[in-house]
Design a protein around this ligand. Sequence first.
Ligand code: HPA
Ligand code: ZN
Length: 351
Amino acid sequence: MSDATDTDARDGQTDAALAEFIRRLPKAELHLHIEGTLEPELLLELGRRNGVDLPCSSAEECRARYRFNDLQHFLDIYYEGVQVLVTEQDFSDLTAAYVRRVAADGARHVEVFFDPQSHVPRGVPFADVVGGITRALRDAETELGVSWRLIMCFLRDRPAAEAMEMLELALPHRDVIAGVGLDSAEVGHPPAEFAEVYARAREAGFVAVAHAGEEGPPQYISDALDVLKVRRIDHGVAAIEDEALQRRLAELRVPLTMCPLSNLELQVTPDLSLHPLKRLLDAGLVVTVNSDDPAYFDGYLLDNYLAVQRALGLSHADLAQLARNSITASLLPDARKAELITEIDHVAAGT
Ligand code: HPA
Ligand code: ZN
């Protein structure tokens, strides 16, 4: 027998009511590249402000280029876009726009990635990148009540020695940078290349996370756990191919920060109805929903929840569980997690 909690949340409900239910669930966004929130309008404005030539001259023209064959195709366009980010103010404007947008989706906490290697080698001081992002995050915390953590990512298709240099630059900012991550082109760049950098980062007190199993094999997920000793896996789509790995992730309660619209746009999954999110959730994994690079993948946090709800027929209980998982998987203190989870329980129970 099935009760109301495991039926499709869309049954008997308007799209607007469903969106409102999800919006009201307190949520954390845990997989978000701040450079991937650069909307074409701001891209063009900053290009003009900083005298950077761009391959498109209207927002429509820029958006028309966002049809991606794979991760590398996206990365080529994303790294082109980051060139317009030059001053501390640019990073602050970018971040302020994102937090306003995600707060409107009902996000109460964000864990934001940034890529210092996209900026420092161009001559942008590390302190300006971190200063601009944190200024906007602090303001948003005061004005919108959205708490935050900052995670710096190493580009895995660049030498590990360069990552080590970034880590040295980050040490004076240890008070505002909570963790390290690993992003960019995955295939051919296994986690083990970064073992030493991660060991040093963990020693310095940074939390470790890593992208794994986006385009790469399940082995990269196991290696991220064994070699980099990460506490979370970003993406982890390939876990669906390995049941023993799924059991390990479930038992150890290692969260997966999944990004459904990203996976669709980068052709990691050919169709959202085939996305493994629901199967992994049902297998007991701590699965979360996130937007990755929302300006490029046509959807912010709430859009991602709505897209998987529709494609996979998620119930209200599934949606509440995804919100709970996002809080559990976050770097928030336990007492704050408990408060937010109590709020989720009330929203889910309609009380
Ligand atoms: N995957 C890997 N690296 C990235 C991504 C992504 O989706 N977005 C920004 N850097
Ligand atoms: Zn990502």
